[in-house]
Write a protein that binds this ligand. Structure first.
Ligand SMILES: NCc1[nH]cc(CCC(=O)O)c1CC(=O)O
Length: 312
């Protein structure tokens, strides 16, 4: 396809530096997979409400739709053909007319600790800068003496707030740091010890469910193993009725021909933690939903209160 014979493929993206790197990765993948001219894919920058409101925790200002609402509207209005997202920021329940058509190969799933070299090296009573319930709870579970200060904004903003002494340490996704070229920052935490967020490290590209042209174009860049992990982790989230205000951690790894999932849910203060694990195959996610059910059934109220349970 060339831009002269057909309309360019319009890829919607947020405007943060990380979002733009991710959108360019999707664009490069499309161009390479189809042998398209560089101008056959056009990036369309969209301002998300989450990028405008920076001083309050996400859970307080309405959750993850803050990252998807504007891109969804443009997609449904036909102003863009697809939207590129950090899959981690895409809410569990999506409009019926929108379909996750492709995922790029999952990057490093780990969180990076910045400010100190290990969790054990945190000074007594250290302040952890984060606004992610999972990072806060998991860290407080390991270090109940620490406290959490709300840290939002893009990666550069958070690093600047750490440098300004607003916290003693912060946690950032290795995937995001790497995409921004910040590989020298901090120390990655082993994913088995500090479990990642559902979908961390995955770039997802959505299109209209009924748009065959876009679906075909995007199928060519889909990384199947990543897509399988994403669907499984999203099924787990759905089974819990979890949102971005629920402290949920999950790690999916290959186990021979099958997949293995480890998960943990927490009370927000980190005092309580429940762990689960299961094996599953991509064509049967029931074990994943069963794990969500049994975790919730056994969870004390201090944990369960932050989950809605499976959809009815
Ligand atoms: N919540 C913001 C967000 N969404 C996705 C990433 C990183 C990239 C990824 O996980 O793919 C980040 C930054 C961070 O958590 O440090």
């Amino acid at each position: 396809m060339t831009a002269s014979t057909e309309q360019p493929f319009r890829l919607g993206t947020r405007r943060s530096p990380l979002a733009l790197v991710q959108a360019n990765a999707a664009r490069d993948a499309l161009i390479a997979a189809h042998g398209w001219d560089p101008d056959a894919v056009e990036l369309v920058e969209v301002v998300a409400s989450g990028d405008r409101i920076k001083d309050r925790p996400l859970a307080e200002i309405g959750g993850k739709a803050l990252w998807t609402k504007e891109l969804d509207a443009q997609l449904l209005a036909g102003e863009i053909d697809a939207a590129v997202h950090s899959a981690k920021d895409v809410e569990t329940l999506r409009p019926d007319a929108i379909h996750i058509a492709a995922t790029l190969e999952r990057a490093d799933v780990r969180d990076v600790l910045v400010g100190v070299s290990t969790i054990a090296a945190l000074p007594q009573g250290a302040r952890i800068g984060t606004s992610a319930p999972r990072r806060a709870a998991q860290m407080l579970h390991a270090r109940p003496d620490c406290s959490v200060v709300t840290f939002r904004g893009n990666v550069a903003t958070r690093l600047a707030r750490l440098a300004a002494g607003e916290a003693d340490a912060t946690l950032l996704a290795a995937a995001g740091l790497a995409r921004l070229g910040e590989t020298h920052v901090g120390t990655p935490l082993a994913s088995e010890d500090f479990l990642p967020a559902p979908a961390q490290g995955i770039i997802a590209i959505e299109c209209r469910r009924d748009d065959e042209r876009a679906r075909t174009a995007l199928a060519a860049i889909d990384h199947r193993a990543t897509h399988e992990q994403l669907l499984a982790e999203r099924a787990f989230l759905e089974g819990l009725g979890g949102s971005c205000s629920s402290p949920i951690a999950v790690l999916t790894t290959r186990d021979g021909d099958a997949w293995h999932m480890r998960a943990a849910i927490f009370s927000p203060d980190g005092a309580l933690r429940r762990d689960g694990e299961t094996q599953f195959s991509a064509d049967d996610l029931e074990p994943v939903r069963a794990m969500a059910r049994s975790l919730l059934n056994d969870a004390p109220e201090a944990i369960a209160a932050h989950f809605d349970g499976p959809p009815v």
